[in-house]
Write a protein that binds this ligand. Structure first.
Ligand code: JD8
Length: 391
C-alpha cells in the first residue's frame, strides 16, 4: 500500500516513521510519502490561505496549491483521497477494514477554518474521495486524524501484525460481534491485594470463553449500549428499545404468541390475553423493553426489570417471537440481549414460563438457566433462575 500525506506541517507526521508503519516500510509492505503543501505555493510567502468569501473569522485554504499537488502526485481514479474533517463520515473499524483494501491512500490534511470546497469537488473528479472525521470533537487540523486512520488501517494489512489472530479478538472487530474487549490479566496471580479471577487460572477453556464473552457483553452494555442496540441477530433484524408507539403491535403480537402457551398449558391464566393497548403502554413505562423489527414488522420482543427483596434479580419476561418466525434463533437472541443490557446491580436473572412449555424450558436450560421448582411461581407456571457470572 502507498500512503501520501499533504500538509503544511510535515513534521507533525514524523510519528509515521516511528511506530508500526516503520517496520512495514522496511519490509516493502508500505510506501510512505509526506509532502509540504507549500511546495505548490509559489509566491514569496508561499501563501496557502486567504480570507473566506462571505466573511467570518479565520482563513480558508486556497484551492490552487491542492490542485497542483494532486497533479504532481499523479493521483488517479484507482486512488483514494482522504480529507480528514470534522464534517466527515465517522471513522470506525468497519471503515478501517474497508480502506485496508485500497492500493493507495492520499491524505489531505487541512488547517485554518478548512479547505476551499472546490478542492473536494475537484478531487471527486479524479479519484475516490472519503471525507472522514475522527470523532465529535474539534481539532486544529487534519494531521492527528490522518495518523489515527493510518495506524488503524496499516495494522490490518496482511502480513503486518505479528500474530494476526490477535486481530480477531479485538474490540469492534466484526468477529467479536462489535463488543468491547474483556478484562485481561497476567502474572502475578495476586497484586496489591487484587486477585486474578479464578476462572482464568482454571484451565477450563470453555469456562474461560464463557466468562470472557459475558464480561465483554457486560462492559459493552454498561459503557457502549449503542454497540449493543443495533442487533445481535445476523439476519438484518434490529433490536431496538421499545417506544410507546409500539404498544398496539406488542399487544397484538403477545396475544398471538400466548395462544401456543395456552394450548401447551390448558387452564393456566394468561395475563397477556387480557391486556389492552393502554395496559401495554402502561407497562412499557415500568419495564426495559426491546423489540425486534424485520422490514418494519414487529416480530419479537422482551422486557426486563430489577426485582427481588434487594432489587438484584433481573426479572425477564414477555419473550415473544411471531409464531411464523419461531425456530430461527430470535428467542435465543432476545434472551441473550436482555441479559446483556441488565444493569450492573443485577446479580441474577429470573423468569417464569408455562409448566407445560417444554420448548421454552429447553431454550432456557441451554442458556444456563436452572428450573427452580422450590420457588413460588404464578399458577400453571415454573421459575427458571440463572446466576449472573461476576468477574
Ligand atoms: C481537519 C481545520 C480546524 C475545524 C474551525 C477548528 C477530523 N474529528 C475532527 N475534529 N476536528 C477535525 C479537523 C479539524 C480541522 C481540519 C480536521 C482542518 N480544522 C477547524 C472546523 C472549525 N477549525 C477532525 N478529522
Amino acid at each position: 500500500m502507498r500512503l501520501d500525506y499533504l500538509t503544511i506541517f510535515p513534521d507533525y507526521l514524523a510519528p509515521l516513521r516511528l511506530s508500526l508503519p516503520g517496520k512495514a516500510v522496511d519490509s516493502g509492505l508500505l510506501e510512505i510519502h509526506v509532502h509540504d503543501l507549500r511546495s505548490w505555493a509559489h509566491d514569496k510567502h508561499r501563501t496557502v490561505d486567504d480570507t473566506p468569501y462571505g466573511g467570518g473569522a479565520g482563513m480558508v485554504m486556497k484551492p490552487e496549491p491542492w490542485g497542483e499537488a494532486f497533479d504532481a502526485l499523479a493521483v488517479e481514479p484507482g486512488d483514494t483521497i482522504i480529507f480528514t474533517t470534522p464534517s466527515g463520515e465517522r471513522f470506525d473499524q468497519r471503515l478501517a477494514e474497508d480502506l485496508a483494501t485500497r492500493g493507495r491512500l492520499v491524505f489531505a490534511c487541512g488547517r485554518y477554518e478548512g479547505i476551499d470546497q472546490r478542492v473536494i469537488d475537484h478531487a471527486r473528479s479524479i479519484a475516490e474521495v472519503r471525507e472522514i472525521s475522527l470523532g465529535d470533537y474539534v481539532l486544529n487540523g487534519g494531521e492527528v486524524a490522518a495518523l489515527a486512520v493510518t495506524e488503524a488501517v496499516v495494522r490490518l494489512l496482511p502480513g503486518f501484525m505479528g500474530n494476526a489472530e490477535s486481530l480477531v479478538e479485538e474490540s469492534h472487530a466484526a468477529s467479536t460481534g462489535g463488543l468491547l474487549e474483556y478484562p485481561v490479566y497476567t502474572k502475578p496471580p495476586v497484586w496489591q491485594g487484587h486477585e486474578v479471577p479464578a476462572v482464568l487460572r482454571s484451565g477450563d477453556h470453555g469456562a474461560v470463553a464463557r466468562w470472557r464473552h459475558d464480561q465483554a457483553r457486560r462492559r459493552t452494555a454498561q459503557r457502549r449500549p449503542d454497540l449493543l442496540a443495533p442487533s445481535s441477530i445476523d439476519d438484518g433484524s434490529t433490536i431496538e428499545r421499545a417506544v410507546p408507539g409500539d404498544a398496539a403491535e406488542l399487544m397484538t403480537l403477545q396475544r398471538a404468541c400466548w395462544v401456543q402457551e395456552a394450548l401447551a398449558n390448558p387452564g393456566a391464566p394468561i395475563p397477556a390475553f387480557h391486556e389492552s393497548v393502554d395496559d401495554v403502554r402502561a407497562w412499557l413505562g415500568e419495564w426495559d423493553t426491546y423489540v425486534v423489527r424485520r422490514a418494519g414488522r414487529l416480530v419479537g420482543a422482551v422486557r426486563g426489570r430489577l426485582e427481588g427483596p434487594d432489587g438484584t434479580a433481573w426479572d425477564i419476561g414477555r419473550i415473544m417471537v411471531a409464531p411464523d418466525l419461531q425456530g430461527e434463533g430470535l428467542g435465543r437472541a432476545l434472551l441473550e440481549h436482555i441479559q446483556a443490557v441488565a444493569p450492573a446491580a443485577a446479580t441474577s436473572y429470573v423468569l417464569f414460563t408455562g409448566a407445560g412449555s417444554e420448548r421454552n424450558h429447553k431454550m432456557y436450560k441451554k442458556a444456563g438457566f436452572r428450573l427452580r421448582n422450590d420457588l413460588p411461581a404464578p399458577p400453571g407456571a415454573v421459575i427458571f433462575v440463572k446466576r449472573r457470572s461476576r468477574g
